[in-house]
Design a protein. Structure first.
Length: 160
């Protein structure tokens, strides 16, 4: 059987943790995901490190085990408008920047500046997200968390 060449249309997943590495490649995404699920215990991968390197038909490559930058993450989500930026940035803050207990409005506003997203009043999309049930109160005063629905929305956008 010939060795597949990069960008040959196969779905690839690579994981590296410590001195262990795993690379799975096949044309069937479902099969690759099943094998990854079977082998993740062998790799002893922590939940935040389960973000696999996915090298699809476009040939995009990310470094295994590295946290994406805020700009990379927002670009991958591809938000349109204030509400979607709130969700994309909130997801990043909860997952990757030690704010798992929640983030404040000012954290969102600072992240908007970092990704060069300008909104005349960042409080408006935040309030809209709260009204639509996409943000909820965190454990501490004035902290916000994404709801499960909001997390699923971001994860769906990251998969496509």
């Amino acid at each position: 059987m010939p060795v597949p060449k990069p960008n040959d249309g196969n779905y690839r997943v690579s994981l590296r943790t410590g001195d262990r590495a795993l690379r799975i490649s096949a044309p069937d995404k479902g099969w690759v995901d099943e094998k990854l699920e079977e082998l993740k215990d062998w790799l002893a991968v922590a939940p935040l490190q389960q973000e696999a390197v996915r090298e699809g038909r476009k040939g995009s490559v990310a470094a295994a085990g590295k946290t994406p930058s805020l700009a990379e993450h927002v670009r991958a989500v591809g938000p349109a408008g204030g509400l979607e930026h709130v969700l994309a940035v909130g997801y990043y803050l909860e997952r990757y920047s030690r704010l798992q207990g929640g983030f404040r409005r000012r954290d969102l506003a600072e992240a908007f500046k970092a990704v060069r997203y300008q909104h005349s009043n960042p409080g408006v999309p935040i309030a809209t997200a709260r009204r639509q049930g996409l943000l909820m109160d965190g454990e501490e005063h004035e902290k916000l968390l994404l709801t499960e629905t909001a997390e699923r929305w971001v994860e769906d956008r990251l998969r496509t």
